[in-house]
Design a protein around this ligand. Structure first.
Ligand SMILES: [Zn+2]
Length: 88
């Protein structure tokens, strides 16, 4: 999922429709976009860390308990840093 820079720009009042409702709507959309962007940043850092673990030969090992992360979990969540039991 991509968040466009357009959606992250400061909310500007539309001169044609300055109603309070439309402004609240814009603010709500903006905070939704920010939430998505933050999730992307977290996911990106998890992917980078997974690549580092792969280089260290530790990919697929839980960073908490050192156990093997089941293939099924890596299949749906390849950057998973920990096994399902250790997810906080
Ligand atoms: Zn674990």
């Amino acid at each position: 999922m991509k968040v466009t820079d357009e959606a992250l720009r400061p909310v500007e009042l539309d001169q044609q429709a300055v109603g309070r409702l439309s402004r609240m709507d814009s603010l709500q959309n903006q905070s939704l976009s920010k939430g998505l962007r933050e999730r992307e940043i977290v996911q990106l850092s998890q992917i980078r860390e997974a690549l580092e673990r792969a280089e260290a030969g530790r990919y697929g090992l839980c960073t908490v308990c050192d156990g093997l992360i089941p293939f099924e979990r890596l299949y749906v969540f390849p950057e998973a840093p920990e096994c399902a039991a250790c997810v906080t």
